[in-house]
Design a protein around this ligand. Structure first.
Ligand code: ADP
Length: 319
């Protein structure tokens, strides 16, 4: 293997730059050439590919977002689009591709692998919803952002004896909501794993009010319900002012924390090592503090993320 490509795809996440840097610097120190592909699979299809050197990744380890750019490109599901993409890679003599993104991006990498083009997937998403890893790049940074927001909501909710609903990202995975809620001391946690039972929630809120609680903070994962309607329902039923706050894309931005920078650097370098050892069609993870790799097809089709039952129980006990 002599030349490798790297791209970031899907929703951006803090630490993606550090991961690209890890790939580039490791590849260069091993005597390989590296090519950056702009705007994910879209740029790959449009042949927007450029050679990267040491300086290309100077001063990016601390920056949020991704300097390579990212894009949603549903056309990549079509085989002829992927054939063109492989054609473009071959045109530059690129032997293998590192894809940094979430499970959607992994699907693209899986399909390229199935077409005979070797790819390595790195988990880059704040959602922590990728199989085969304890943590995804960006997740812990986003958690700090959410906690900061919850702390602020606590101050004002407490002053006004208000009920606050905070909508957290995560798509179909409740990890970011659960962990942020524990760290932020939220009273109620609603995630895809717990489901939403409005009557039950209301009952618990009323219990809290009876116990003399000055405020209540409810953390809920996005896409579960209309949070403004939920706020109105709670306000109507309890007589307490209730407000919903949708944190939105604030959670995607910001400087990556130390953990994410280190995780991304390790994963980027590890991807290069795997390619040099002749591996393709793998996805990288961290499990019990060790770098691991799994079959990308197996990870997508068969591996399930564990539900953190013990932490839900803990959360219940602590509130
Ligand atoms: P994420 O990677 O953050 O989960 P998306 O789900 O939007 O984000 O996926 C990112 C990109 O990966 C898509 O825009 C598309 O280009 C590609 N992709 C997603 N699903 C598939 C699929 N089934 N086949 C091929 N490419 C896919």
């Amino acid at each position: 293997i002599k030349k490798i490509g790297v791209l970031t795809s899907g929703g951006d996440a803090p630490g993606m730059n550090a991961a690209v840097r890890g790939v580039v610097r490791m590849a260069l120190s091993e005597g390989l050439e590296v090519y950056g592909i702009y705007d994910g699979y879209q740029g790959l299809h449009q042949n927007r590919i450029e050679k990267l050197d040491r300086k290309s990744v100077s001063d990016v380890i601390n920056k949020g977002g991704t300097f390579l750019g990212s894009a949603r490109f549903p056309e990549f599901k079509e085989e002829h689009v992927r054939e063109q993409a492989i054609e473009n890679l071959k045109l530059h003599g690129i032997d293998a591709l590192v894809v940094i993104g979430g499970d959607g991006s992994y699907m693209g990498a899986k399909k390229l692998t199935e077409m005979g083009y070797p790819c390595i997937g790195l988990p880059g998403t704040i959602d922590n919803d990728v199989a085969g890893t304890d943590y995804t790049i960006g997740y812990l940074t986003a958690m700090n952002t959410v906690i900061d927001a919850i702390d602020r909501l606590r101050d004002t909710s407490s002053s006004h004896q208000r009920i606050s609903i905070v909508e957290v990202m995560g798509r179909h995975c409740g990890d970011l909501t659960l962990m942020s809620a524990i760290a932020g001391g939220c009273e109620y946690i609603i995630t895809p794993e717990t489901g939403l039972n409005k009557e039950n929630l209301l009952e618990k809120i009323k219990e809290g009010i009876d116990k003399g609680k000055k405020h209540a903070i409810i953390a809920i994962t996005e896409l579960m319900t209309d949070v403004n309607e939920l706020a109105k329902y709670i306000e109507d039923q309890t007589g307490r002012e209730t407000r919903a706050t949708v944190l939105g894309h604030i959670q995607r931005g910001g400087q990556p924390t130390a953990f994410d920078r280190i995780l991304a650097s390790r994963m980027g370098a590890y991807a290069v090592e795997l390619l040099m050892e002749g591996h393709g069609g793998r996805c990288v993870g961290i499990q019990n503090e060790q770098m691991v790799h799994h079959d990308i097809i197996d990870a997508i089709e068969n591996m399930r993320r564990p539900v953190r039952t013990e932490l839900y129980t803990l959360a219940e006990k602590l509130f």
